[in-house]
Design a protein around this ligand. Sequence first.
Ligand code: UDP
Length: 318
Amino acid sequence: MKARALVTGGAGFLGSHLCDALLAEGYALVVVDNLLTGRMSNIEHLRREGNFEFLQLDINRHFDCGPVNYVFHFASPASPVDYMMHGIETLKVGSLGTFNVLDIAHKYRAKFLVASTSECYGDPLEHPQKESYWGHVNSIGPRSVYDEAKRFTEALTMAYHRYYSVDTRMVRIFNTYGPRMQLNDGRVIPNFMKQALRGEELTVYGEGKQTRSFCYVSDEIEGILRLARSDEHFPVNIGNPDEFTILECAQRVIEVTGSKSGIRYSKLPQDDPKQRRPDITKARTLLQWTPKIPLNQGLRMSLDYFREAVAMETTTRA
Ligand code: UDP
């Protein structure tokens, strides 16, 4: 019999790419999403598959999807604009939702992998960030709804592992991008792609000296699958260590799109991390994983998707 996996947040950007990969690995999937930030269009192509079942439900309420062998917990708003707009929902899914999903893993003795985040490191004082770094998070700032929810998720996951022997794994995901990102989710790459393709100025926050390290989605998924097959219970960073200032990122997008757009500087959001780069020594040695796609190539690979998304938005607006 085929192994059956539950994917929460499976209609989201990353969740839907994970569904593609798990189906290709031979899993039968039950995907749940409340469609707060996920979209049916991300999984429309999978609904014809015999091994694919979709349930629109809120995992913050008790639910039971029946026996599963693996649980992939990816449900949560993930872009700063989304999680600040849905702050309470973000805290609920990181806490109540995570309890419910861990209970399913416990009940059915399923393996469990949760999507955590580089946001656990906050505005980091250690650079690059190793998994051993405890982070520097403002627990009452505007980003805390996400950062603290994910830190609680990690604590809860470790507790289910320690007290109930649930076979858990945690991936700390660093800025991932690629096709299926929502054009208006506010993250830097969709914003810049949209602006460049429309010939509008690219909005760089602050002076654009803050840094991020961008991982193309297929690299991220490969790292997650390798972690899923491993026996590592402590967090593992999966991200691309090539670090760029946001200004450099804007220049790369202009280059790849061939846009004539200029740059407009605007206010830096509160508590915006000044620097972020994963130390991926652990993933390299433990999982023999290393990202392969440099930023320019990943942007080129995303170009058709963003072009189409911009064109569709223009048509629906007209
Ligand atoms: N940013 C920017 N212009 C935008 C959107 C984001 O300069 O239109 C900056 C933002 O201030 C941050 C970085 O780009 O420093 C990455 O932001 P994003 O929202 O993608 O994710 P974060 O890494 O902050 O969670």
